[in-house]
Design a protein around this ligand. Sequence first.
Ligand SMILES: [Zn+2]
Length: 384
Amino acid sequence: MSADPVALTRDLLRCPSVTPLEGGALAYLDQVLSGVGFSVERVTFSEPGTADVENLYARIGNDAPHLMFAGHTDVVPPGDEAAWTVGPFAGDVKDGMLFGRGAVDMKGGIACAVAAALDHLAANGGKPKGSISFLITGDEEGIAVNGTVKLLQWAADRGERFDHCVVGEPSNTATVGDMIKVGRRGSQNGTLIVSGRSGHVAYPQRAENPVRGIVKLIAAVNAQPVDTGSAHFDPSNLEFTSVDVGNKTVNVIPAEARARFNIRFNDNHTQATLRSLVEQRVGAAADGVRWRIEWEPSNADVFLTQPGPFVDALVESIAEVTGRKPQLSTSGGTSDARFIKNYCPVVEFGLVGQTMHMTDERTPVADLVTLTAIYRRLLERYFQ
Ligand SMILES: [Zn+2]
């Protein structure tokens, strides 16, 4: 089997694996990885009310240390296919660019890790000095309930233990090697609800307008920043995303007003401390306004992978191949790394994210070669 990351990416792009469809992508990885001695398991998870989703776990070697590559083969829909320069599932190269839905997010990243593993095995008698595994889900871009969370638990139940993980999500901003994600902010949603008393606008003395109250409370919450940031994180941010009274009339004072908000929070906070901070600010400003907050359950806690030999090995591999010193960042949205961090230290490093989820998602062919070389150097250092 060829260790050519361009051919591997192209073949994966030709599998139309829009969430929750497998589209042939996992079958293809199964064939490639079993071909070089990985034991491959394909597991389907179900949940009432959701589509069944197929996942893949492949491992070679029985010993520690155990390095896991994680990712997803599912992709977001291509949108208007006619708007693409080449077909979103054609896997064609044009002017040095490989086009296709999932090229950077993240079939390309998976293909580079597979190519690096194949090359490493070929150079080391077919076996790693430890273990390499691939934990690949088909449920990352959707609601993510039949994917990584269950696959990690399934693996743990079978006695699998991981020492480190690289998630091949597109972590770089402009060039391969400019950024490693070493953590992510947490995310928490809530709704601020103010109760009033409805009535005729001409007789406001008989009513109690919740719009006045909610405006005052929103201002109080936003009067100061949540915090000023920490050693590895930007300041936490609370953003109101919607304010509603649902009032279709012009002459009725409404009975209730609601304001939804999201908080992206750093390691100064837990969900519990955040909730009490917001409730304190609202409470202090309430002055008779009747309010409550509904907090939504969140599985997106903040996490940080501490600097150390593993992060250093990746940084040095990047420097060796590209001459760049990557920024260690905790910016951006959440990813499946938030689940993996409960099992082992995890970093995210893949292709350049610029075109992800866009029409004409694409990657320079040269980036696939560069990323493969970096993963290849990492394997060498890891098993030294
Ligand atoms: Zn992704």
